[in-house]
Design a protein around this ligand. Structure first.
Ligand SMILES: Cc1cc2nc3c(=O)[nH]c(=O)nc-3n(C[C@H](O)[C@H](O)[C@H](O)COP(=O)(O)O)c2cc1C
Length: 214
């Protein structure tokens, strides 16, 4: 199977092989996220920092799953999440840019759903290091879920919502020995057009994740 091959649904035990091969699939089932262990919180806070150099080595499916769960996964039976959201509207989607395509994280089903069968990591930022990182998260506000507030108020709320999610990614990476960097310098117009975002979806922030460059 070459890298242009497409599969409908990939069970979690095959995800690492297919991610490494750059094969895209309509759906990638993620393994169950790790919800215990990790580094003590205060140590993770002591290590948290922004990286701007990444090794190109892929994350394991387990790491990807736990990263996404840490960011904005479901942590309670009532469907609430690891990050707070204004009025519990949960109005942030995480787009995951991988070698094997651009996906949307579906927290409830714990899977990635294909948005675009193309490696668009280079559009995840305007700085050179962006392309080398195996994972770029793009935090996208869904303004249609945010009621009747003014556009300005929605944008403010969206920014705050994403701040929590981004910090969760920082702390998971510190705990896991991975590195990460939040990035506002994104060509939002170009990336939004490529990801076919609706006018009521707004790219708030991008964030690359990977292993440190040796
Ligand atoms: C909203 C936001 C946008 C940022 N945008 C960028 C960026 O475009 N490029 C970059 O290299 N770092 C970016 N950063 C990272 C900051 O430069 C970094 O957090 C700051 O220099 C402090 O470093 P530290 O995170 O290691 O403490 C951003 C951080 C935040 C919170």
């Amino acid at each position: 199977m070459n890298s242009m091959a497409q599969m409908k649904r990939i069970p979690s035990f095959l995800v690492s092989i297919l991610l490494a091969a750059g094969v895209f699939a309509q759906e990638l089932d993620l393994p169950a996220p790790q919800k215990t262990g990790g580094m003590p919180l205060l140590e993770a806070l002591a290590k948290r920092s922004t990286a701007r150099a990444f090794d190109s080595r892929d994350l394991s499916p387990q790491q990807l799953s736990t990263l996404l769960w840490s960011c904005f996964g479901i942590n309670r039976p009532d469907g609430k999440r690891t990050a707070p959201s204004a009025n519990n509207k949960q109005a942030t989607d995480i787009y995951v840019l991988l070698k094997s395509g651009a996906y949307v994280y579906e927290a409830k089903a714990n899977k990635l759903v294909l948005a675009l069968p193309e490696d668009i990591r280079k559009l995840g930022g305007t700085q050179d290091f962006v392309t080398n990182a195996p994972v770029t998260l793009v935090f996208v506000a869904d303004l249609s879920k945010m009621g009747n507030a003014s556009e300005e108020a929605k944008k403010n709320t969206a920014n705050v919502n994403v701040g929590y999610i981004s910090e969760n990614a920082y702390l998971f990476c510190a705990s896991e020995g991975l590195v990460t960097g939040a990035r506002g310098s994104v060509d939002r117009k170009a990336l939004g057009a490529k990801m076919k975002l609706r006018p009521d979806q707004a790219i708030i922030l991008a964030q690359s994740v990977g292993y440190p460059k040796p």
